[in-house]
Design a protein around this ligand. Structure first.
Ligand code: PLP
Length: 972
């Protein structure tokens, strides 16, 4: 201990910074030396153009120690008042089985994985997602399900656009059942407006009387009503219209499926299968359709294929790379979805099995039926005869008093009007809840002299109502008669031991960041620190319904406001919209704001969106969703936007220019010097600048989107601000906007948000998107403070330059800035190797698995390359291991160049290697088994075994099969 140190220094308020950053001071010095810079600041000066550097350090408080930040956030969380919310409207309280809570939701083995593009090291969550698809298929009665969308409302909007693709009708109108959730109608309204569709909202029964290309119905509807939709659907079909049914998986455990009623699409939220309400999210939306529409489905589909040994193997099928390949012709812009939450919902079904689910659904329904009988006795009329778990009640003048009594007893009911309220029971509801609520109603009934019962309700009443309910189900003729979840996976893991081991077995098949660095360029796979993750499972955050009266959500509002203020300081923007729950959704929300801005000025013709060739596929896909036409701008030989081309195109489209979408630093991993000029050109021609914030991790504290000249930008909180990728979601993509665009950002119809954007329709189901994961970013910023965040940016740039400079001789770095530096990522060019040897980037990607590493980003943004983004939280030791692996692979390639190994029979072409290779009696390859599986000495110390050999993608797409594999085949 240094006696001279002050107490403040000893208190180590900045302790977390060193926990988050990989390299320490000595490492940094060594790395700076290795790349030939004078200091870290010298490197930054060589990398980030002077013209865009911030004049002053980031004005943020902190940093705080881990326990300090946790205590501060706990105090904020305590301002949330957690009541039992029986509000319904698509959000229901649920019991996350503890074995799933601890071993999936709180387990870095599951939450730090990436989207399963590298399928050979992702078989675990691919199986979990296949289970999820099977649950959706069984319950909806459809033939093809995807592995999740962002939320129910956006899934409904996707259903509308899919209906347009598959419909035979020429009509330009889309029908929406007035019984849909209001937030769903609002999100669909936003999307319909951009496509110029007429939206007709009316009673479901009237749908077929309209001339429409499609219809969205809700089953059970917002009031809780359950009715057979077969006739309406058939009538719509006869007119060539496609029908989508928004539905509820828990209700479908008991009720006839939408598939059996003839629906073309079924969608909804799987939240109530074990995923906390979390003030609106994250939750996985499900989406299913009929086989004939499989090529029109938005989102990712998990499919079954075979590996090089003919063993069953899973991977993402068909439109996995949809936006990258089809860009503005893509079915949707969905990229990050909600994989972790889909896994939880699927596992919930695995754990409970069909009987368990029937018991849960049966209990919910019984409690609702008992309550309906009791409330009638208390003098109030349920407004429905046929319901599953919810119904409206005519409460007349007693409405306010009942709400007050219910609230005092600890319950939130749905506020509908001065004379009516709604109630929705859920998995957590108990007979004690029913009793307490009946007595609240009875008290009001007695005051109004309408209650039959003079005394309070008691247990005997519940028993009596139960007997009556059992004999008289209100939905007897709507019950499903087909079996559900017959696959063994849903009938095996019902004890906690079996479930624990099943989860571990799947986890073992996946490579996540708890094993080694995942250097995916453009993805920013940084540390997701434990202290950042802890608050998300606090009940104060987890158990909040998104539509509670806001006086109960003061903790959430304070946390969100704090985070917004920090994000404003970091980005330089004037306003933040927290609604988008992915980066691509942020793009959409930003373009919607730009579109509304132009329209407000009478510039309805401004619909051209300029997008550089190098852009991520979601950019053109999002532009298309906003009814914009995409004009591609060239890049020059150094990978920068070709300014002359940009200027020419901006001039050509001057009168119609809506915006430019640009990523900065570019997807080529370079800080383009001309960025300010680029923004000026676009502004001169009346356009707005949308900055794709995927690379914000290279900006924080050094420059900012607003300083550069952007008008609006999304921030991937699941990249720059430490939210884990969850194996393909959740994410959060809030947008920052300059003041002139703030009036045009999304608001919410059920829970309006203060600000200049009153009356604007929504882009997501929940007012603040996936609010329950915002504490992760809050904790990250609190613990890093302005100094830590800025240092993180510098180290991210250092780590990338260290990799670039050490690997450049083995694999040329494709693009650098004017001073020879890369930004926070670098592109390794494999094209010359491929031309000379036939070894492709994908072979290197697969071979890295044998060394225990996940591949960098393959062939984006340039085909034939690998893009590496190490992030600041990788240590020098881990970077050195990764570099050693890639150098060793380069030596292997040299043996092919020298003719020592045949071009088609070498460790790269056969990669990845599995234990099946190790024990294969017929090993007749020109390299040893040792070389195959332990290519460097340290690999054996911590060997990761891919569970399958190279997967045959083409076979899987030709023989599309997207449900759980029958057991006998699985064993193959
Ligand atoms: C440059 C870029 N833009 C947009 C996106 C889409 O973001 P999200 O996956 O959060 O929808 C990504 C995703 O990796 C990206 O790299």
């Amino acid at each position: 201990m240094n006696e001279q140190q002050t107490l403040t220094a000893l208190e180590q308020h900045d302790e977390f910074i060193a926990r988050h950053l990989g390299p320490n001071a000595n490492d940094i010095a060594a790395m700076i030396g290795a790349i030939g810079a004078a200091s870290l600041d010298d490197l930054i000066a060589q990398t980030v153009p002077d013209a865009i550097r911030l004049p002053a350090p980031l004005a943020l408080a902190g940093p705080q120690r881990e326990q300090e930040a946790l205590a501060t956030l706990k105090a904020i969380a305590a301002k949330n008042v957690v009541k039992k919310s029986l509000i319904g409207m698509g959000y229901h309280d649920t019991l996350t089985p503890k074995v799933i809570l601890r071993n999936v939701l709180e387990n870095p083995g599951w939450y730090t994985a990436y989207t399963p593009y590298q399928a050979e090291i992702a078989q675990g969550r691919l199986e979990a997602l296949l289970n999820y698809q099977q649950v959706v298929l069984d319950l909806t009665g459809m033939q093809l399900a995807n592995a999740s969308l962002l939320d129910e409302a956006t899934a409904a909007a996707e259903a509308m656009t899919m209906a347009r693709r598959i419909s035979k009708s020429k009509s330009n109108a889309f029908f929406v059942d007035a019984g849909c959730f209001p937030q769903t109608i609002d999100v669909v309204k936003t999307r319909a407006g951009l496509f110029g569709y007429e939206l007709i909202v009316g009673a479901a029964a009237d749908a077929a009387a309209q001339d429409v290309f499609g219809a969205l119905l809700q089953y059970p509807d917002v009031r809780g009503e359950v009715k057979d939709l077969s006739d309406v659907i058939a009538a719509l079909k006869a007119k060539g219209a496609a029908t989508a049914v928004a539905t509820d998986l828990m209700a479908l455990v008991l009720l006839k499926s939408p598939g059996s009623m003839g629906a073309d699409i079924a969608l909804g939220s799987s939240q109530r299968f074990g995923v906390p309400m979390g003030f609106g999210g994250p939750h996985a939306a499900f989406f299913a359709t009929r086989d004939e529409h499989k090529r029109s489905v938005p989102g990712r589909i998990i499919g079954v294929s075979v590996d090089a040994r003919g063993k069953t193997a899973l991977r993402m099928a068909l439109q996995t790379r949809e936006q990258h390949i089809r860009r503005e012709k893509a079915n949707s812009n969905i990229c990050t979805s909600q994989v972790l939450l889909a896994n939880i919902a699927g596992m919930y079904a695995v754990y409970h099995g069909p009987q368990g689910l029937q018991t849960i659904a049966g209990r919910i329904h019984r409690l609702a039926t008992i309550f309906a009988l009791g409330v009638r006795r208390a003098g109030f009329k349920p407004l429905l005869d046929r319901f599953f778990d919810s119904f409206d009640i005519a409460t007349g003048e007693q409405t306010a008093a009942i709400h007050a009594a219910a609230r005092a007893a600890g319950y939130n009911l749905r506020e509908i009007s001065a004379a009516k309220l709604g109630i929705a029971f859920n998995e957590k509801s108990t007979r004690a809840d029913v009793l307490a609520l009946l007595n609240a109603f009875a008290e009001a009934g007695r005051l109004a002299n309408v209650c039959e019962l003079a005394r309070a309700f008691d247990e005997a009443d519940i028993e009596a109502f139960d007997a009556e309910a059992a004999a008289n189900s209100p939905i007897a003729n709507l019950l499903r008669d087909d079996a559900i979840l017959g696959h063994p996976v849903f009938n095996t893991h019902h004890t906690e031991h079996e479930m624990l081991r099943y989860l571990k077995r799947l986890q073992n098949r996946d490579l996540a960041m708890d094993h080694s660095m995942i250097s995916l360029g453009s993805c920013t796979m940084k540390l997701n620190a434990t202290s950042e993750m802890i608050p998300i499972t606090w009940p104060e955050f987890g158990d909040m319904h998104p539509f509670v009266p806001l006086d109960q959500a003061q903790g959430y509002l304070e946390m969100i406001k704090g985070l917004e203020d920090w994000l404003k300081a970091i980005t330089g923007f004037d306003a933040i919209c927290m609604q988008p729950n992915s980066g691509a959704q942020g793009e959409y929300a930003g373009l919607v704001a730009i579109h509304r801005y132009h329209v407000s000025r009478g510039d309805t013709q401004r619909t051209v969106c300029l997008i550089p060739k190098s852009a991520h596929g979601t950019n053109p896909a999002s532009a298309q969703m906003c009814g914009m036409s995409v004009v591609v701008v060239d890049c020059d030989d150094s990978g920068n936007v070709n300014v002359a081309d940009l200027e020419a195109k901006a001039r050509e489209h001057s009168g119609n220019l809506a915006c430019l979408m640009i990523t900065y630093p570019s997807t080529h991993g370079v800080f383009e010097e001309a960025i300010k000029d680029i923004c000026t050109i676009v502004h001169q021609h009346g356009g707005q600048v949308y900055m794709d914030g995927a690379n914000l991790n290279a900006q924080v504290g050094l420059t900012s989107p607003a300083a550069i000249g952007a008008d609006v930008s999304h921030m991937n909180l699941h990249k720059t601000f430490a939210i884990p990728h969850g194996g393909g979601g959740p994410g959060m993509g809030p947008i920052g906007l300059k003041a002139h665009l703030a009036p045009f950002m999304a608001n919410h119809v059920v829970q309006p948000i203060d600000g200049p954007h009153q009356g604007q329709s929504a882009v997501s189901a929940a007012p603040w998107g996936s609010a329950s994961i915002l504490p992760i970013s809050w904790m990250y910023i609190a613990m890093m403070g302005g100094t830590g965040l800025t240092q993180a940016t510098k180290v991210a740039i250092l780590n990338a330059n260290y990799i670039a400079s050490r690997l450049n001789d083995s694999y040329p770095v494709l693009y650098t800035g004017t001073k020879g530096r890369v930004a926070h990522e670098c592109i390794l060019d494999i094209r010359a190797i491929k031309a000379a040897t036939g070894i492709a980037e994908i072979d290197i990607a697969k071979r890295l698995m044998d060394y225990g590493f996940h591949a960098p980003t393959v062939s984006f943004p340039v085909a034939g390359t690998l893009m590496v983004e190490p992030t600041e939280s990788e240590s020098k030791a881990e970077l050195d291991r990764f570099i050693a692996a890639l150098m060793s692979i380069r030596e292997e390639i040299r043996k092919i160049e020298q003719g020592l190994w045949p071009a088609d029979n070498n460790p790269l072409k056969h990669a990845p290697h599995t234990q099946a290779d190790l024990v294969d009696a017929e090993w007749n390859r020109p390299y040893t088994r040792q070389e195959a599986v332990f290519p460097l000495p340290w690999v054996a110390e911590n060997k990761f075994w891919p569970s399958v050999n190279r997967i045959d993608d083409v076979y899987g797409d030709r023989n599309l099969f997207c449900a759980c594999v029958p057991m006998a085949e699985d064993a193959a």
